[in-house]
Write a protein that binds this ligand. Sequence first.
Ligand SMILES: Cc1cc2nc3c(=O)[nH]c(=O)nc-3n(C[C@H](O)[C@H](O)[C@H](O)COP(=O)(O)OP(=O)(O)OC[C@H]3O[C@@H](n4cnc5c(N)ncnc54)[C@H](O)[C@@H]3O)c2cc1C
Length: 533
Amino acid sequence: MSTTTVEVLVIGGGATGAAALYDLARRGVRALLVEQHDLSTGTSGRYHGLLHSGGRYVVSDPATAKECIDENRVLRRIAPFAIEDTGGLFVATPDDPADFVPKWVAGCAHAGIPIERLTAEQVRAAEPALTPRITAAYRIPDASCDSFDLIHAFVEAARHLGSDAWTYQRVTRLLVEGGAVVGAELEDTRTGAQRTVHAACVLNAAGPWAGVVAHQAGLDVQIKLNRGTMVAMNTRYIHTIVNRLRPPSDGDIFVPVGTVCVLGTTSIDTEDPADIHIELWEVSKMLAEAEPVIPGIREGRALRAWAGVRPLYVPPEDRGQEAANDHEVSRQFAVIDHAKRDNLRGLITVVGGKLTTCRLMAEHAVDVVLQQLGKTIPCTTADEPLPVEEPRRYHELPHRLHKLEHGERGGQLICECEIVSRPQLEAAIEAYGDQPVALDDLRRDLRLGMGPCQAGFCGYRAAGILQQQRGDPDGIGTRALADFVEERFRGVYPLLWGHQLRQFYLDELIYRRVLGLDALIQPLNAEEQADAG
Ligand SMILES: Cc1cc2nc3c(=O)[nH]c(=O)nc-3n(C[C@H](O)[C@H](O)[C@H](O)COP(=O)(O)OP(=O)(O)OC[C@H]3O[C@@H](n4cnc5c(N)ncnc54)[C@H](O)[C@@H]3O)c2cc1C
């Protein structure tokens, strides 16, 4: 078993862990981040994509609203490459409680969130797809934020400063010696190989799994796990983020991200941090709630549905109290110094918050880490833009098309929907060196398979190229294809009507009937072969 020693071990490759790795590196502390899957595969890769202005929380959770507007300004400054400045609108319809509007306006003033009242005509001119039945509308500084871009930028910047991040490494045991956490045992989630990491301090940024990780040291960290579903429609409909001007509830946010419009979300308590299943009523509800705001959207083409689990922190004093609804549970974050709370040195947990507040969460958590290390070095992550050499701008299809038309991205097209060419794919596979690579990793790198056909045509092409490049000792191409197709299909199953049903039927014909993918993974026995002719 190999052993590595670092000053700080960060557990979790979501927005919080990545921001903490960067913060530590800027303060001169070399750290190692470990993530059980790929970066941003937890909640940070399963969210709306909304850089909150704080408007959503001004009435129910004013402290979070203030944090959101402050961090909204900071992230715009340090990570402009990850943000599309769509602006935001809060709109009320005759179905929404009129007495909420003055409370909301006062809340915005209190939190320092700038708003501008618009007339119905101004709203219609700006967003013609919105209903004419709008009774109040305000402009607000929301934006959309690409978490893949943001998290990769934090990690790359930390690597340039001498820190590192290992993916597909799960912490299976925290090492406790003499009243302190002194490191962790890791398991490679692809090969099963074990390693040990010794560290002077461990930062638990495991999001919905933070309670599970703390439990490995015998500690109790209570997290309220709450699942939400989102649906991506195949066109933007609107170019500004639209929120319903009413108390937070199901289906009241519409986010234009890249080429799609994301509808969200629901709020269902769960016990399992990995619970990302979707119930059909959730999809119906998203569409039913969207229809009065964007008439006709229900008849549109829904591309994909996905779910994420909110890691909400309920402070001890609030436990046992029921919130009016789960959307109103506080989004405030907590940094738990286990030396003070549990008399166990070397472990700090950071949990709760929003993706929008990840940098601030990291700042507070790293302050406590440094206290435990006996150092006082100020945080500088809000001071300068993240050093990004070539922003990847995952979602910018026009940018990709422009490059293709001007010969900068030549070669055969592998994914027509997202404009991914063969040389690009080959370079992305090459970048993994001798590490295992899944088609889903390449999806996150290149957006492969994320368009309307959901990998119907690019999946088998990419699997063939992967197999050619890597050789095929263990059926790598077939296995990669089967896993990828299964994952793509999972997000389409709840949307089987209209165009997406036709598309799904075609994809099934390609993979199951023409390519016989099921039989390739599990070869038919003699009897089945005879049946199949
Ligand atoms: C439906 C929904 C919509 C949302 N919309 C928004 C929004 O629009 N705007 C916004 O600002 N926020 C939004 N949020 C909240 C936001 O997404 C989360 O607060 C944020 O992403 C949490 O980030 P994190 O890094 O703390 O957790 P995560 O992103 O979950 O990261 C934790 C990581 O730890 C890893 N991990 C766990 N256990 C281990 C282990 N033992 N070893 C190694 N690694 C481990 C996990 O794999 C995971 O990748 C939304 C949340 C949900 C659920």
